[in-house]
Design a protein around this ligand. Structure first.
Ligand SMILES: Cc1cc2nc3c(=O)[nH]c(=O)nc-3n(C[C@H](O)[C@H](O)[C@H](O)COP(=O)(O)OP(=O)(O)OC[C@H]3O[C@@H](n4cnc5c(N)ncnc54)[C@H](O)[C@@H]3O)c2cc1C
Length: 389
């Protein structure tokens, strides 16, 4: 394990830090600032800010410069993730596009797709959604039933997607569609890049328990998409999807550790302020979370070192999801335990609980999206440990 950064990486850190210091208004860090804004306003503010960050050269950190990226090292990407957390920078509004679609287009897209998709995405001119899950197809993605029927140079698409992040703010959606009639399982599927601003596409918000609508449903009713807007070969969408999902393995756990460690300190602070830090059950649970978080830190450093040395850890890196999501959820369960019957209050003894409630509610989802914990355990058992199926 190598825990040091090069001089060039440290220089990148100070450049980024100083840009973030000058470009994040103090008001954005005030408790409750983002929660008080209506969804559309908050999304618009983040969309514009992230565009300016990209124009300043702080986006696509590891992407090749020919695609508008910075051509940086894995160490720079880790530094970027950490500094964004430390600066309380807004979260990206284009996570599915930046994490999954862009690297897939770089790898297998046509020259036209590379030109049309990557630059506009980097500048947030186009917000991308991921249209994989359906009411009858979640973990078992191959059960999907949205259909695309060839009509001249187009496909005509009918069906429904669900849990679509950014559904109401999306401009385009990379969508898994069954393009061979009567095909089964992973055969006969294509990944179509569908324009969401057309009459045959209806995106409806789903209300979360927090009151926000970060995801929604997307209905296709004779929506049209050119056959040329297929990513990868037609009917080979499964292969495209497997490549696309493999890019999640590149995510830096060090940024996640930084974020959760901060949240941990906040929860401990709340326990102290409310005088509930002496409870032995609370103390035991907090100690367990802290131990797990420190394991995440060392796992992230191990992955980081291997990646820096050009090694592909394959499925071992996918364990990162399990290693961060479960302690993160456990932390917010301790938070609820600390509050006890006061869990519904916005404020106790001068402690503003509103932003923390939002995080506690969000934590319920982290063991579901991006591969549920049960599915991740199957992957670890079968692909990393080589246990029988
Ligand atoms: C906040 C959030 C954002 C999301 N954003 C998107 C998005 O942008 N685009 C998109 O396409 N989808 C998105 N999803 C959907 C997400 O990918 C699915 O919820 C997930 O794949 C699980 O599918 P499901 O909900 O249908 O549950 P199911 O697959 O029906 O699973 C139900 C339960 O069974 C378990 N289970 C399933 N299969 C197995 C198995 N083989 N072995 C053991 N246990 C199993 C699961 O772990 C789970 O506990 C999002 C979900 C959330 C919560």
């Amino acid at each position: 394990m190598d825990l040091t950064y090069t001089a060039a990486e440290e220089e990148f850190r100070s450049e980024l830090r100083s840009w973030l210091q000058s470009n994040i208004p103090d008001a954005w860090s005030a408790p409750g600032f983002w929660d008080a804004l209506p969804d559309d306003e908050s999304f618009g503010l983040r969309r514009d800010w992230e565009r300016d960050k990209a124009l300043a050269g702080f986006a696509g950190i590891q992407w090749p410069t020919e695609f508008g990226g910075r051509g940086g090292t894995p160490g720079m990407k880790a530094i970027y993730d950490v500094e964004m957390v430390l600066a309380n920078a807004p979260r990206t509004v284009n996570p599915l596009g930046l994490t999954f679609l862009a690297p897939t287009v770089m790898a297998i897209g046509t020259e036209q797709q590379k030109r049309d998709i990557i630059g506009p995405m980097l500048r947030n001119e186009v917000i991308w959604c991921q249209g994989f899950s359906e009411p009858g197809a979640g973990s078992d993605l191959a059960a999907l039933s949205t259909k695309g029927v060839r009509d001249g140079d187009d496909f005509v698409v009918n069906g429904q997607k669900v849990w679509t992040t950014n559904a109401v703010h999306g401009d385009k959606i990379f969508t898994m569609v069954r393009t061979t009639p009567g095909s089964e399982k992973h055969r006969g599927i294509s990944m179509l890049l569908i324009d969401m601003h057309q009459p045959g596409v209806d995106a409806r918000p789903l209300k979360q328990m927090s009151g926000a609508s970060e995801f929604g449903e997307v209905f296709f009713d004779d929506a049209r998409v050119a056959a040329a807007d297929c990513l990868g070969a037609i009917d080979e969408g499964w292969r495209t999807a497997m490549l696309l999902l493999s890019f999640e393995r590149g995510a830096s756990g060090i940024g996640q550790y930084t974020e959760f460690r901060r949240q941990y300190d906040t929860v401990v602070d709340v326990a102290r302020k409310l005088g509930r830090d002496a409870d032995p059950v609370v103390r035991g649970k907090l100690a367990k979370v802290l131990t797990d978080l420190e394991c995440l830190r060392y796992h992230a450093m191990h992955v980081q070192t291997q990646v820096e040395q050009g090694r592909d850890l394959g499925f071992e890196a996918s364990m990162t999801k399990l290693i961060w999501s479960e302690p993160s959820q456990d932390l917010w369960e301790v938070f609820d335990l600390i509050l006890g019957e006061d869990a519904t209050l916005d404020e106790i003894d001068g402690v503003d609980l509103r932003p923390l409630h939002g995080q506690a509610m969000w934590s319920r989802s982290v063991t579901i999206w991006g591969g549920s914990s049960q599915v991740q355990r199957n992957v670890t058992a079968e692909r990393v440990l080589g246990l029988p199926r």
